[in-house]
Design a protein. Structure first.
Length: 98
């Protein structure tokens, strides 16, 4: 378990150093979409501040990225939660975001 946690922390550090914010945010959303896939609404009970902290960026940057994803029909934004509408689209954007 410790090895898995260390690997995860190391990967997060590498991501923060070498990947653009859009990629980091979309990767976190894709990860969270997998975790919440079994829930009826796929609502992720996190704020933009929470996502910003997870992705190593600012809330303002997360707001811009999430609004773009909303405009593209990938997610819906509500107070204190993010609803995944197209998990496949979020996963694709996580791989191709730049």
């Amino acid at each position: 378990m410790l090895e898995a946690r260390l690997r995860s922390t190391s990967q997060a550090l590498l991501d923060a150093l070498h990947l653009p914010a859009t990629t980091r945010v979309m990767r976190r959303l894709a990860y969270l979409a997998d975790i919440y896939a079994g829930h009826a609404s796929q609502a992720i009970p996190l704020t933009q501040d929470d996502v910003a902290s997870m992705a190593g960026t600012t809330r303002q940057t997360v707001n811009r990225i999430l609004n773009e994803a909303r405009d593209d029909g990938l997610i819906d934004l509500n107070r204190g939660r993010i609803v995944i509408l197209d998990a496949g689209g979020v996963a694709r954007r996580a791989r191709t975001a730049s």
